[in-house]
Design a protein around this ligand. Structure first.
Ligand code: ADP
Ligand code: MG
Ligand code: MG
Length: 883
């Protein structure tokens, strides 16, 4: 096969659509090169080499070495340089790049090919010893850190010591001879740590770096990241080897990163940061504070450091023209990396830019009006899960603000929580249900877990494109970055915030809208959705086939659901209505009653409360369908837990507390999830179904009178496995319908259906459908019962299963389409075989999960139902899956 693809000089063997083979970075470097943009020549070693490497005991295909030599020669020919040559030496960068950008992969190594001799050649050629030594020391640091495993802090310590002794603050103040001295110290450090000298042979350096890239594919960090993001290990990474261009060649050189539109707001304005006389990651590492690229951004920020536009107008103009070209070419907002070497612009990377949900919406909608995209394409441009971000609270503008300090508004939303300093502490707090803000000098890929666990992230170093900022935006977490007035003392667990002391555990609030850090907790406001949101949702609703309903019981949830566009309630869990205040006592009376009369007496007290709940719900839903599930959970969930609770019920019933205690004990079950629950309760105690049915019907009649809209309740019987179970409960419901019709004289239309949440129900769907007008797949229980895994106990081993690759995803979060999915397919098919117009839906967590929603579209369900806050996500996901 062909393992290496070259690019440069206005042409390329690869192209953008070869991302799977070349990785995202390599494919786009090739594309930019073909478009005629100035890209330093280079080559990409394919992802297939990575796969081969792991299939063959960490070795390479036989012909790879020769292909690399040839590709290096091509770079040499294009640049007039020789790799390892003592005159005009060719230096390269070695850059990893998988199909999707992936933290945890090897960091880029720059200036590879330098050694004690080539560095002198470089110095001579550039007429600048300082530049050459600066490049060499950077190479030793990077190579030793990422390839040889010598921690970069050790080098930084040597550097810091030197600066301190010589009263210097910036690296740029260090002169050539001083760098030379530091290089000797760096090499000595490596030799001491590794018991062999720093490799001088450029070929050894190159193959060392290549091996490190492929090796990094399987590091625990990379494996964890892939697991969290459902990236298959079989994809592999590519490696890019590319001629170096130098942004550290003096005052007429620079390096920077940019977005073609504002990644935070979506505004159609070039946005980026750069540093003069700098290289590589200097901009994002937060070592110096970067400058704005455009004059507009500089003015808006009130910064006095000149913009690139002012400093290097020609390079800026050229760069700006490439931004426009790349946007039009990719029809998407681009995230770019560039370097200016002695006035000459070089493009080093382009990719679709990460953006906030707000920006994603605005860009998608703007691009339709700019004629770059069609409506249906625009729908596909917003990731449904990202809409979650828009639903984040912001700080009440009327709230008092005790501002501690201000940093950059790196990711929108606001959050309050207790200060923690480590990711481990954040995860611990999350597990205990405490809200925290992760406060760090800066973050690194190791902090991803902690960032996930925290409500928000605060850093004191780094810009808008720093790790913390980029990752937080991706997660939809509020983030304030680069709050430079914070002094964090990790060791003593304290922060000095512009003179005020804070300690671990103190509550702070961060405002991702303006970068403020506030003391204490602050009142928040729920977000209002922008016009762009409505526009895109409107487009989505036009193409969507499935309906979207919400799981809701309380009037408040129902209102939120309707505001978010829910087209009905797919699951009203009646037992949730029983857990409130005085009702619990009545419910307990019902459960603990010895006799049917006792139960009926308690149920009679519950009836008006339950009826009132339904009246409210029907009124809010105003004619939209409402599926009400009859009592489902095991009775023991309602049992009194304390002596006090027991005494309370005993008093209400006029019963002996001791006898009551015995009765409660008798109701205990070994395995309640598979015990006396669902329709089994309704079979044992038909009076429960009767009361609930009566409440529903009477409420329907009453609500219809008020709203003028007909109410057609859908009554759902849970946990059916046998048709006869459903038939029995059905009888009670129908009898009640007859009674209520007679009593009220009202027309009554309703439907009776069942949850399909037991494998037997799916298998016997043809038979059960004779008695059911609708099925709702209760995939939480169906997942439990199909796997035989209890959801409440799964945490202790599901993590291990995912780590060992037995399960890719938590099946309670994203539907197991193969296994549980097959039962759903069977249920759908057999249900329809009996009743072609049977209404089919899904309720449970999966109804709000975009991947699972795609599956629901595929099997042809009529609707999905999810929690109210996920309704917009489901609407968009349903639209995308219909396209
Ligand atoms: P990442 O995937 O972490 O962004 P990159 O491979 O893009 O890593 O490299 C990081 C930075 O290194 C780039 O943004 C660029 O500034 C610098 N860099 C990479 N290759 C070169 C090169 N050939 N010449 C100059 N700088 C380079
Ligand atoms: Mg990059
Ligand atoms: Mg269930």
């Amino acid at each position: 096969g062909k393992w290496v693809y070259s690019f440069g000089n206005g042409s390329a063997e690869g192209a953008a659509q070869m991302r799977n083979l070349l990785g995202g970075k390599g494919a786009n470097l090739a594309e930019m090169s073909s478009l005629g943009l100035p890209v330093p020549p280079g080559f990409t070693i394919t992802t297939e080499v990575c796969t081969w490497f792991y299939d063959h005991d960490n070795s390479y295909p036989e012909t790879l070495a020769a292909e690399v030599v040839e590709a290096l020669d091509r770079i040499g020919a294009a640049t007039g340089r020789t790799f390892g040559g003592l005159e005009r030496p060719l230096l390269v960068s070695v850059r990893s790049g998988a199909r999707v950008s992936m933290p945890g992969m090897m960091d880029t190594v720059l200036n590879l090919g330098l050694n004690d001799r080539t560095v002198e050649a470089l110095a001579l050629e550039a007429g600048d010893r300082r530049f050459a030594y600066d490049s060499y020391r950077r190479f030793i640091q990077m190579y030793s850190d990422v390839v040889l495993g010598v921690d970069h802090h050790e080098f930084e310590e040597i550097l810091e010591d030197y600066k301190e002794c010589n009263e210097l603050t910036l690296d740029t103040e260090i002169d050539a001879d001083a760098w030379l001295g530091l290089i000797e110290k760096f090499k000595a450090l490596v030799e001491e740590e590794l018991e062999r000298p720093f490799p001088q042979d450029p070929q050894e350096q190159l193959w060392g770096a290549l091996g490190a890239v492929f090796g990094s594919w399987m590091t625990p960090r990379a494996v964890t990241y892939r697991r969290l993001h459902d990236i298959p290990g079989t994809w592999g990474t590519a490696v890019n080897v590319q001629a170096m261009v130098f942004g550290n060649m003096g005052q007429n050189s620079a390096t920077g990163v940019a977005f073609t539109r504002n990644p935070s707001t979506g505004e159609n304005a070039l946005y980026g940061e750069f540093l003069v006389n700098a290289q590589g990651e200097d901009v994002v590492a937060g070592i110096r504070t970067p400058q704005d690229i455009t004059e507009k951004a500089r003015l808006e920020a009130g910064s006095t450091s000149p913009s690139l536009e002012a400093l290097m107008p020609e390079a800026f103009a050229e760069f700006k023209s490439y931004c426009a070209r790349l946007e039009a070419h990719y029809t998407d907002m681009q995230d770019l990396e560039f370097t200016i070497e002695d006035g000459k612009l070089w493009m080093l990377q382009t990719r679709a830019g990460k953006r906030t949900a707000k920006a994603a919406l605005r860009i998608a909608v703007d691009m339709v009006s700019e004629g770059l995209l069609g409506e249906e394409e625009a729908i596909g441009r917003v990731e449904p899960g990202a809409l979650d971000q828009l639903l984040h609270p912001t700080i009440d503008p009327k709230a008092e603000r005790d501002v501690l300090t201000t940093g950059l508004p790196a990711s929108p939303g606001a959050a309050s929580g207790a200060i923690v300093f480590t990711s481990a502490a954040a995860e611990e707090a999350k597990a205990e249900g405490r809200k925290v803000i992760l406060v760090r000098v800066e973050t690194s890929p190791e902090d991803i877990h902690g960032m996930h666990a925290a409500e928000g992230i605060l850093t004191c170093r780094g810009g808008m494109t720093s790790h913390a900022a980029v990752v937080a935006r991706g997660m939809g977490k509020p983030c304030v970055a680069g709050a430079g007035m914070l002094r964090i003392d990790y060791r003593n667990g304290v922060i000095n915030a512009a003179g005020r002391q804070l300690k671990e555990g103190d509550i702070i609030t961060i405002d991702g809208a303006n970068g403020q850090v506030l003391s204490g907790e602050v009142t928040m406001l729920q977000p209002k959705l922008s016009g762009d949101f409505g526009t895109l949702m409107g487009w989505a609703d036009k193409v969507r086939r499935m309906k979207v309903r919400a799981n809701a019981e309380t009037p408040q949830d129902a209102k939120v659901a309707r505001d978010f566009g829910a087209e009905g309630i797919g699951l009203c869990r009646t037992e949730h209505m029983f857990f409130e205040g005085e009702r619990t006592v009545v419910v307990r009376e019902m459960i603990l009653a010895e006799t049917e009369e006792g139960r009926r007496a308690a149920l009679a007290k519950l009836l008006p409360m339950q009826r009132q709940d339904f009246v409210e719900l029907f009124k809010i839903m105003h004619g939209l369908p409402v599926t009400i599930r009859l009592l489902d959970p095991p009775l023991h969930e309602f049992l009194p837990k304390t002596d006090h609770e027991l005494a309370e019920v005993a008093a209400a019933m006029g019963a002996d507390p001791e006898l009551l205690r015995d009765r409660a004990l008798a109701l205990e079950e070994f395995n309640p999830m598979l015990g006396h629950r669902g329709c089994r309760l309704l079979v044992s105690y038909p009076e429960i179904a009767e009361m609930q049915a009566r409440a529903i019907f009477e409420a329907a009649v009453e609500a219809a009178k008020v709203t003028g809209a007909p109410v057609v309740p859908e009554i759902m019987v849970p946990l059916v496995g046998l048709k006869k179970e459903l038939d029995l409960v059905r009888q009670s419901i129908e009898a009640m319908a007859v009674a209520v019709r007679k009593e009220t004289g009202a027309e009554l239309t309703y439907q009776i259906g069942t949850m399909v949440e037991l494998p037997r129900a799916a298998l016997k769907a043809a038979e059960i459908a004779q008695s059911a007008e609708f099925f709702s797949f209760g995939t939480n229980d169906l997942t439990q019962t199909t796997f035989g895994i209890s959801r409440d106990d799964a945490a202790s081993f599901l993590g291990t299963y995912q780590k060992k690759g037995i399960l890719e995803q938590d099946p309670f979060v994203s539907l197991d389409q193969e296994g549980v999915g097959e039962l759903i397919r069977i249920g759908v098919e057999r249900g329809r075989s009996t009743r072609p117009d049977i209404k089919l839906g899904i309720c449970g967590e999966h109804g709000g999960d975009p991947a699972s929603i795609g599956f629901c579209e595929e099997v042809g369900l009529d609707y999905v139902s999810c929690s109210p806050f996920r309704v917009p996500i489901a609407r968009l996901a349903a639209a995308q899956s219909a396209l």
